[in-house]
Design a binder for this molecule. Structure first.
Ligand code: NAD
Ligand code: ZN
Length: 379
C-alpha cells in the first residue's frame, strides 16, 4: 500500500510499504478515505522528536472497515468510522475513570500512559496517512458514522482530534454559558476551541494570533480576532473586556510559541494567559509541551522547562488543566452536532489533496503559509 513515511527532519515521502493487516482478534482494518495533517505532526516533521525513520504518520483518520477480527462484535465490514487519535482499551483504570488519552494497556511501555497512531512515544502503531490502517481494540476505538458521512467527511474527520481537543480546552478551562474566553493560537486547535466556546454559549470569545488568514476565520465564526502584531494581546484583551479580563482561557499553541517576529518563547502564551484571565479563572492547556525536545535551541526547552510566572498565577488563585484530549469522551456528541447541522467544523479546511501531494502540503503547512490552515488528504 501507499503511505506517507517519515525519513528525517523535514523529509517525508509517499512510499510503497507492506500492507497494514489485522494483528489481533480485536482489530479491524480500515480503508482510509480522509486523513488530516495536524500541528502535532509538525513536532515530528521538524525533527524536534526522536521519531524513528520509517514511521507512517497520521492520527486524524476516517474510513471504511474492510476486515474485522473474530473478536470484534460492535463494528462490521462496511461501516464508515471516525477514529479518535487516542488508541485505548476501554477497561484499564485510566480509561474507566474517563481518561482514555492516558490508557495503561495500549502503550506497551510500562512507564508510559496513552497511545496514538503514527506518533513518537505513543506505542508502536502506524499512522493513517496511508491507504489502510490497523485499528486495535476496534469495538472501543471506532466511532460509527451516520448515512450522511460520505458527504460530510471533512466535518466528521475533525472529530478524530481537533474538534474534541478544542472542546476539551474549554472544559479544562471550566467555561460556563455566558462567560468570556480568550484563546491563544488560531491554528486548527485554537479555531476549534473558539468554535466550541461559541457552541457552548460563551458571550465573548477572543482569539490571539497574527496570521491574517487565520484571524479572518476567527471573525467569520463570530469570535473576536486579536492581532498580537498590532500590540500586546494582554492589553487588547483588557480593553475588549473593559478591564475585567476573560473569565477563562485556552492555550492552543504549545512550546513552539514565538513572538510575531519569529523568535521562540516557549513560556510566552502561558504567561500572557495568566495575565489575560481573571483572578480565580481557569486555563486549559492543550497546546503541546513535550518533556524532551532534542531539536530545541536551548537546554530549557529541551527539558520542557519554561520560566512560568508561578507567583502571579498563584496569587490570582487561578486553575490549570493540561494534557492530551480524551477524544472518546466527546466524540459521539460532536458527531451528533454535525449530523444535525448544529456544527460544521470543516470551515477550517483550506486544502483537500490526494495523498501523493502530502510531502508538498507538509512543507507549506509547516511554514504556516498564508491560506494553509488545515490540510485534508484523500488516499
Ligand atoms: P498550528 O501550529 O497550526 O497552530 C498554532 C498557532 O499558534 C499558529 O497559528 C501560530 O501563529 C500561533 N502562535 C504562535 N505563537 C503564538 C503566540 N505567542 N500567541 C498567539 N498565537 C501564537 O497547530 P494546531 O494544529 O492548531 O495545534 C496547536 C497545538 O495543539 C500544537 O502544539 C499541537 O501539538 C497541540 N495539540 C494537542 C492536542 C491534545 O490532545 N492536547 C491535540 C492536537 C493538537
Ligand atoms: Zn492532530
Amino acid at each position: 500500500m501507499k503511505a506517507l513515511v517519515y525519513n528525517g527532519s523535514r523529509d517525508v515521502s509517499v512510499d510503497e510499504v507492506p500492507d497494514a493487516r489485522l494483528e489481533r482478534p480485536t482489530d479491524v482494518l480500515v480503508r482510509i478515505t480522509t486523513t488530516n495533517i495536524c500541528g502535532s505532526d509538525l513536532h515530528m516533521y521538524e525533527g524536534r522528536t526522536e521519531l524513528e525513520p520509517g514511521k507512517i504518520l497520521g492520527h486524524e483518520n476516517l474510513g471504511v472497515v474492510t476486515e474485522a477480527g473474530s473478536g470484534v462484535e460492535r463494528i462490521a465490514v462496511g461501516d464508515r468510522v471516525c477514529l479518535p487519535f487516542n488508541i485505548a482499551c476501554g477497561f484499564c483504570r485510566n480509561c474507566e475513570s474517563g481518561m482514555p488519552s492516558y490508557c495503561l494497556t495500549a502503550n506497551p511501555d510500562p512507564e508510559m500512559a496513552g497511545a496514538a497512531y503514527g506518533f513518537v512515544g505513543m506505542g508502536p502503531y502506524s499512522g493513517g496517512q496511508a491507504e489502510y490502517l490497523r485499528v486495535p481494540f476496534a469495538d472501543y476505538n471506532c466511532l460509527r458514522l451516520p448515512e450522511d458521512a460520505e458527504d460530510k467527511e471533512d466535518d466528521y474527520v475533525m472529530v478524530a482530534d481537533v474538534f474534541p481537543t478544542g472542546w476539551h480546552a474549554t472544559r479544562l478551562a471550566g467555561l460556563r454559558p455566558g462567560e468570556s474566553c480568550v484563546v491563544y493560537g488560531a491554528g486548527p486547535v485554537g479555531l476549534m476551541a473558539a468554535y466550541s466556546a461559541l457552541l457552548q454559549g460563551a458571550s465573548q470569545v477572543m482569539v490571539v494570533d497574527r496570521h491574517p488568514d487565520r484571524l479572518r476565520l476567527v471573525e467569520e465564526m463570530g469570535a473576536i480576532p486579536v492581532d498580537d502584531s498590532k500590540g500586546d494581546p494582554v492589553e487588547q484583551v483588557h480593553n475588549l473586556t473593559e478591564g475585567r479580563r476573560a473569565d477563562c482561557g485556552c492555550e492552543c499553541v504549545g512550546y513552539h510559541a514565538h513572538d510575531h517576529l519569529g523568535t521562540e518563547h516557549p513560556e510566552m502564551t502561558m504567561n500572557k494567559l495568566v495575565e489575560s484571565v481573571k483572578f480565580t479563572g481557569g486555563i486549559g492547556v492543550v497546546g503541546a509541551f513535550l518533556p524532551s525536545d532534542p531539536g530545541a535551541s536551548d537546554e530549557m526547552a529541551q527539558n520542557g522547562r519554561i520560566p512560568f510566572e508561578m507567583g502571579t498565577f498563584w496569587f490570582q488563585g487561578q486553575r490549570i488543566g493540561t494534557g492530551q484530549a480524551p477524544v472518546k469522551v466527546y466524540n459521539r456528541q460532536l458527531r451528533d452536532l454535525i449530523h444535525h447541522d448544529r456544527a460544521k467544523p470543516s470551515f477550517i479546511v483550506s486544502h483537500d489533496l490526494p495523498l501523493e501531494d502530502a510531502p508538498d502540503a507538509y512543507r507549506h503547512f509547516d511554514k504556516r503559509e498564508d491560506g494553509w490552515t488545515k490540510v485534508v488528504l484523500k488516499p
